[in-house]
Structures are given as C-alpha cells and as structure tokens.
Design a protein around this ligand. Structure first.
Ligand code: NAP
Length: 456
C-alpha cells in the first residue's frame, strides 16, 4: 500500500526539505501496543540498568549535536548557534534524569499499628505531543523524565517541524536496551494526534502547544481519565522599575522578547516600564534591538531567523494593524524568499490593545508605562496567562513582594531566565496544568502508591 506523506520546507528559503509519512490509525495503534510491551520490560530492569541506558542516550545525543542542530536550524529556521545550544541541552536533560533515577524516593509516614510508605510507580505509556518552536528541547523535557520514571513514550511532533524528533527517535532506539521505548509518529494533529491521545492504552498525555488545542486535549483525556500535563501559551510581563539598573534591563529586553523570532511561550512581550525611566529605557532598548542581526539561520552571527510558516508570518503581521499601539521602531529583515518579519516595538498607553492582550508569537514587543508597584502587579496579572516573566529592581524587598504577587509559574529577578533542567517549569491559569523539569517533572510521570505495613 502506498505510504501517504506530507512535505516539510525550510522557512528561510521555502526549499523542500523532506517528505514525511502520515501514520494511519492502525499504525498509531501498533505503536501504542509496542510501547505497552516495551514499558513492561523496561520497568522490570534494575535501576542501574535504566540509569546506564539513559546515560547512553545522553551520550548518543551528545555525539549527534551538530547533525541535530543543522536539521533543526533548516526545519524551524532557527539560528544555528541557538539550534546548537538547544541540541546540546537535550543531552544535558537526559543526563540529569539518568542521575535522578535512583533519587525518586517516597515518604515513610508513622502510624499507630504500623507505617505507610509511598512509592512512585510508572504511569505506563505516555503520549507526548510537541509544538514547532522548540521541537528538540520540549521533546527531551518530556521523553527523558518519562523514561527515567519507567514509562515508554510515543511522541508526535508538530507537522511543520518533525525532522529533528524523527532523528532523535532513531538515535535513542539505537542505544535503547528495549526496542520501542521511544517511537515517533507523524501526521496531522487533528488525525494522528487525536488517534494517539484517544487510544485506550495511552495512560498519560503530555501536551505542549496552544491553549486552544490544550482545551481539546483536556477533553480527550476525560473519557479514560488519563493523566495530563499541559504546557500552553503565554503573555509574560517584563517589569522594569525605576530603581533597577535600567541599562542592563534594556539591553537584555530584546533577547527576552525577540529570541526565536518571538516564537517563544516565555517571550516577555509586554514590557511594563515605570514612567520616570520610560525614555531612558526606550532609547537603550531600541539601540539594542537595532543591533540584532536578522537573516540566514546558517550564519553563525545571525540572531533572528524567519517565522516558521507563511501563514504564521501573515497572522503575526496582522498585529501591526492594531490601532491601540503606537509603533515607534521597525527593524530590517530580508525581503524573501522565506517567511520574514522584522522586529517591531510599540507603545500602548492603555494596556488594552490586541497586541497587549493576545499571544502574538512573533517579533512584536509592546511597552506599557506604569506609575506604582501596585499598578505593575495589576497590569502583569491582567491576562488569562501565567507562564513566565521578569522583575527588574534594585530593591530586594520589592523583588520578593512582586514575585509573590504576580500569578506566574516561572519568574526571574534581574534576569531573563525561564527554563533550567533542575527547576520546575509550567504555567498558572490558562498557561497550563502540572509542571515539567526538575524532580517535580519526574514525579509527574508517576502514580503515587501508599502501602501500609502493619507492625502488629
Ligand atoms: P498547536 O497548534 O497547539 O500544536 C501543538 C501540537 O499539537 C502539534 O504537534 C499539533 O500537530 C498538535 N495538535 C493540533 N491539534 C491537535 C489535536 N486536536 N489533537 C492532538 N494534537 C493536536 O501549537 P503550535 O502552533 O505548534 O505551538 C505554538 C503554541 O505552543 C503557542 O501557543 C505557545 O505558547 C505554545 N507553547 C507552550 C510552551 C510551554 O512550555 N508552555 C512551549 C512551547 C510552545 P500539528 O502540527 O500536526 O497540527
């Protein structure tokens, strides 16, 4: 029977990169059944065997960093320097979770007549669905802890950018002691994705993507009461107080919003600046943005590549028609071929424009002036999202007060930091459900069992 395929293109050149297979529903079932068998074998291996398998996976990824980075750069349009760092981070995530395998301890709870111990059991087969903006890192944040906790994984990458995940799947399969531990299925979200998530032998869903699709994933989980982790959209605030090092805040702001051409769930796309320092901040922010090099992702000096697709570029460009924003800066970008859009900076005095409220997922930053600390917190929280954000201040007390008051899963003080493998990552409100990374991320791939031990 002929295999159906879809085409994958390079967003910087519009060149055809590859044709990728569309899995049939029967093939999705085959992958899940194979994953079930693999999981039973994998979970019975000793801790030491599982640990050395994950270290071997880390090493194998490490040996393929350049290949994975080149693939990712061409498929996503990501600057090669970023793609290289991301591919390297995948090896680090596998290494971290290899080391965590024998540290997944439970509690002992003293009771009259005995005690209860708690044990973290694997969930079973995990379906991991990933978006197109960080295909490799996001796959690793889910695959590595899921395997470390004794599960198997069926991964469905985004159709725009499946190539690095397919390669990762083959790299892992080559060193895995159990065949079928990680399988990659490809095809549309509404067909292959839904077939996977609705499969009765899938025990947990880990979905990263838009809040809109996240809602339908939550619905899909309801029938079998599947375990679910959701990492969804964001509209994070970068809050700059007048008592901060304004120069440092302004020079780091372009990276916080324009990295990955703004296609970042953690993008600090609302920049709240205390009015007293607005002019000073804008001058340095614009100067630092001007210095960004937009162009060929293969060039080692490129900072920003194209947007992932022409339809996404057009959707982002529509935000430039927003009457509620006064655009004060527009950068340069190549004319084409490719899905290019230059970085833009606007000011919104009411904080009520479409650009200030919706996730843009492109290179558009909105600066919103504020007067008091209370105003800053109110504006930061005036969103359905709660994923990330930064607070720039020289006052430690203020940093602590504002960090406690902002409804967000991940915050940084005087920094743009969002994701570290050691620390939990995830969203408040409609930015998600559950946490990835760190030991919390590992526990998220387990069921907690209580066992009472009688002393009578
Ligand atoms: P998306 O449209 O929600 O798609 C994400 C994934 O879900 C893709 O693999 C997609 O497959 C699949 N999918 C779509 N419909 C589905 C369905 N009905 N059932 C099962 N799977 C389905 O998101 P995106 O456009 O790729 O990514 C951008 C979004 O992801 C942004 O909102 C961003 O904020 C969010 N994101 C969040 C995080 C985080 O950690 N919080 C990280 C990165 C990105 P197809 O590609 O085949 O349609």
């Amino acid at each position: 029977m002929p295999v159906n395929t879809f085409a994958v293109t390079n967003p910087a050149t519009e060149e055809h990169l590859d044709d990728v297979r569309i899995f049939t529903p029967d093939e999705v079932t085959e992958a899940v059944v194979r994953a079930k068998d693999a999981q039973r074998t994998w979970a019975k291996l000793t801790l030491a065997a599982r640990q050395s398998a994950l270290y071997a996976m880390a090493e194998a990824v490490g040996e393929h960093v350049e290949e994975l980075a080149q693939l990712e750069s061409r498929d996503v349009g990501k600057p090669i320097s970023s793609a290289r760092a991301e591919a390297q981070s995948v090896a680090e995530v596998f290494r971290y979770y290899a080391g965590a395998i024998d540290k997944l301890s439970g509690d002992s709870i003293p009771l009259d007549g005995g005690m209860t111990i708690t044990i973290h059991e694997p969930v079973g087969v995990v379906a991991v669905v990933t978006p197109w903006n960080f295909p490799l890192p996001i796959a690793s944040w889910n695959v590595a802890p899921a395997l470390a906790a004794g599960n198997s994984v069926v991964l469905k990458p985004a159709s725009l950018t499946p190539l690095s995940s397919l390669r990762l799947g083959r790299i892992i399969e080559e060193v895995s002691p159990v065949p079928g531990l990680l399988q990659v299925v490809t095809g549309g979200g509404g067909t292959v994705g839904e077939a996977l998530l609705n499969h009765p032998q899938v025990d947990k869903i880990s979905f990263t993507g838009s809040t809109e699709v996240g809602r339908s994933v939550l619905n899909a989980s309801a029938h079998d009461i599947k375990r679910v982790t959701l990492e969804l959209g964001g509209k994070s605030a970068n809050i700059v107080f007048a008592d901060a090092d304004i120069s440092q805040a302004a020079r780091s702001a372009p990276g916080a919003v324009f990295d990955n051409t703004g296609q970042d769930c953690c993008a600090r796309s609302r920049i709240l600046v205390q009015r007293d320092v607005l002019d000073e901040f804008l001058e340095e922010f614009i100067a630092a943005t001007k210095a960004l090099q937009v162009g060929d992702p293969a060039d080692e000096n490129t900072d920003l590549g194209p947007l992932v697709s022409s339809s996404h570029r057009d959707a982002v460009a529509k935000f430039l028609d927003d009457d509620g924003v006064e655009f004060i800066y527009q950068g340069d970008a190549p004319k084409g071929p490719g899905n290019w859009l230059a970085p833009h900076i606007g000011i919104d005095h009411t904080a009520d424009s479409r650009c200030s409220r919706e996730e843009i997922f492109g290179p558009i930053a909105v600066v919103i002036p504020f007067d008091t600390e209370d105003d800053a917190v109110r504006l930061a929280n005036d969103t359905i999202y709660g994923l990330s954000g930064s607070i720039w201040t020289g006052d430690l007390g203020r940093a602590m007060r504002v960090a406690r008051a902002v409804d967000s899963g991940t915050l940084a003080v005087n920094s743009n930091s969002s994701v570290r493998v050691q620390t939990p990552f995830g969203g408040f409100k409609q930015s998600g459900l559950g946490r990835e990374l760190g030991m919390n991320g590992l526990r998220g791939y387990t069921e907690l069992k209580s066992v009472f031990l009688s002393s009578e």
